[in-house]
Ligand binder design. Sequence first.
Ligand code: BTN
Length: 252
Amino acid sequence: MNRVRTLVLDEVESTQDAARTHAAMGAPEITAILSFNQTSGRGRQGRTWASPAGKNIALSLLLRPAVHPERGALLGMLASVAVMETLADLGLGLNLGLKWPNDVLCSNRKIAGILSEASIHGNRLDFVIVGVGVNVNTRAGEFPASLKTRATSVYAETGRMRDLSTVAELLIERFTGLYDQALENDLAGVARLWEQRWVHKGRLVRRPDAVGTAEHIDASGALILRDERGKLLRITSGEAEIVEKIDTGAGA
Ligand code: BTN
């Protein structure tokens, strides 16, 4: 039985908001809100997520897993694994990997981003909306100037367009399979699955509050850094930019 109800919207401001409306009306999991024309997409950390009309996938998945709220972040990670596997299965030889917390990279540029929003009541996870934006047919010249060196798409990498409905369908199917499997174990295996695809393990990471070597990902999806004194730091939100060398401010 297909347990996903997919609603395709010709145009939407944000599939996240549409999914939230459905959640408030009591929609069951898995409700998928899909659009190829999202006009006010939202990104992580209050950023916007821009996408030219008709070029890319905007998908929000309404989930109601019976797990502890602390495990909610793992769902975004699971979605990034699903995106990576879906893109790999296109057979185009894309050089894919994951960046903490849940970006999908292709040749070191971002090809997909994930925004996970949870509704928690007390000790209970009411629902999670996992929003997935995948750059499929955007041309290199269509990315905003600020993203030109940091973003990419399937088309920009390969010169080949893909049918958006087909890719979205494959992605939903892949996510559902991984989700059902992960739930058998209360999402306990997700961090390991994610870590196997992590491209920055062992690299030097800089954040406004810390610098350290990317050590591992703990069971709830937090990034564990080791600072220069050997102390372990647990990072649960924000970004983790990679640096080649620590800038000490000293001249050459
Ligand atoms: C990021 O900042 O990397 C996350 C981007 C998430 C974008 C997706 S597109 C579908 C869903 N709807 C939104 O408004 N945002 C997410």
